[in-house]
Design a binder for this molecule. Sequence first.
Ligand code: FES
Length: 135
Amino acid sequence: MSASADVLALASAEFNVSDIAEGTTLTVKWRGKPVMIRHRTDDEVAKEAAVDLNSLRDPQKDEDRVQGDPKWLIVLGICTHLGCVPISGAGDYGGWFCPCHGSHYDVSGRIRKGPAPANLELPPYTLQDGKLVVG
Ligand code: FES
């Protein structure tokens, strides 16, 4: 059996990211989940690329968490502890802070402090010419 047209339409969603200023995050919805689109500054990109992987709970290179232009980081806004929606641009590492139980994520969405066991998940996406397609 194949999926109906309305189901296929829900499977992916398109967003214009060209108006998102550097250093800010836009939250959109995809399949009922918050997707957070962070337009990172050059300083943020350099800082995340330089993080020592041995200091990470869930070691992952920053370059493995982005596709193409490293200035764009796209994560699911769902804390990997118990599923709360973390606050963008907050916490000790400037990425996300989940006030539920105090998880801090960096500007690569990697868990740095608090009870969450894993980095923020990355949704499937493509990004080209200011057009983001999630799903
Ligand atoms: Fe985020 Fe508990 S749900 S810290």
